[in-house]
Design a protein. Structure first.
Length: 318
């Protein structure tokens, strides 16, 4: 057994490692958060401005993740990342990835740098997740707007948890029992999430005090579910998909429901572009990335996905 001095030494080393990582995170945030996109206002009306993409999916039956660039050539500069089994999320400054490694023995929410072709040795553990079995569903983390906190659905209590990126203050959000997806408001004061199962998911809003309000109703879609919300950068709209295969936008208060035409494609996993002018989404086959302007115009195919299946995340280029 370890002596008291050895235990204290190990604790001090772990705290020092976390502190160094947090300092590196904040120094990254100070370097060019408003990165140039080389995209004029006129160009932004015709196609999405260049941005960073994070893909997740499956190739030959194995989970895969990759960083790529969306530019005038479509999807390019694809670089694989060994991020485990679940969905990663790019930070708002496009420099970090938060993810659940979904491995039973070392389960936890981790952070990796985008600009390093990292192995698991380079990951930084933010918070461990203790689960009774190795078959528990993976969590899908999300960054707070200031990139200083990470939210995730805990696989045991099924509540959304919020933890600081330095690993402190892992706290469940009262009453926020979620299904899978969730999204922060740009102000960081609310989270919209989907709840339910078996084709009955709906969207709800929760503030930091745990007060929950409905956003969508099954009656709006002919008893069809709504899920996969993403909050627009200007805070005015939330995009989501429904089991009818369509995209919709709605106000955060649950008003002004509007369909976004995507025919002949069925839409999945919508995300706002970094500037909020476009909505990116996957085809139902999980093999193509498409986009449509936020006003519903200029539906087009961006290109083939490097992997089949999983959702995407977006961030600014540097």
């Amino acid at each position: 057994m370890l002596g008291a001095l050895e235990v204290d030494t190990m604790r001090m080393m772990r705290r020092a490692t976390i502190l160094l990582f947090v300092l590196s995170v904040f120094s990254l945030h100070s370097l060019g958060q408003d990165a140039p996109t080389n995209c004029s206002a006129a160009d932004a009306l015709k196609k999405p401005c260049p941005m960073l993409l994070l893909f997740q999916g499956y190739a030959d039956g194995q989970p895969q993740s990759a960083i790529a660039t969306l530019d005038s050539n479509g999807i390019s500069r694809i670089s694989n990342r060994p991020l485990g089994l679940s969905s990663g999320e790019l930070s708002h400054d496009g420099k970090l990835i938060a993810f659940d490694n979904c491995q039973h023995e070392t389960r936890g929410i981790y952070v990796a740098r985008v600009d390093v072709d990292s192995s698991p040795d380079d990951w930084r553990l933010v918070t461990p997740i203790v689960v009774p079995t190795e078959h528990t569903v993976c969590s899908w983390p999300r960054w707070s707007p200031d990139d200083r906190k990470i939210s995730y659905k805990h696989p045991v209590d099924h509540l959304l948890h919020i933890v600081s990126v330095d690993g402190t203050g892992d706290t469940p959000l009262k009453n926020a029992a979620a299904s899978t997806w969730h999204t922060w408001s740009p102000q960081g004061d609310r989270i919209i999430f989907d709840r339910g199962g078996g084709g009955h998911r709906l969207l709800f809003s929760v503030n930091m005090a745990g007060e929950v309000q409905p956003v969508t109703s099954a009656d709006d879609f002919g008893k069809c579910e709504s899920w996969a919300p993403d909050w627009s950068p200007d805070g005015k709209h939330v995009v989501f998909t429904s089991c009818d295969g369509k995209l919709y936008t709605i106000s955060p208060e649950g008003k002004d429901l509007r369909p976004i035409a995507t025919r002949p494609y069925r839409a999945y996993s919508p995300r706002w572009s970094v500037d909020g002018g476009w909505i990116l989404f996957q085809s139902s086959s999980g093999t193509q990335l498409l986009c449509v302007r936020s006003d519903g115009e200029f539906l087009s195919i961006i290109g083939d996905l490097p992997f089949r299946g999983g959702p995407i995340s977006v961030g600014p280029l540097h």
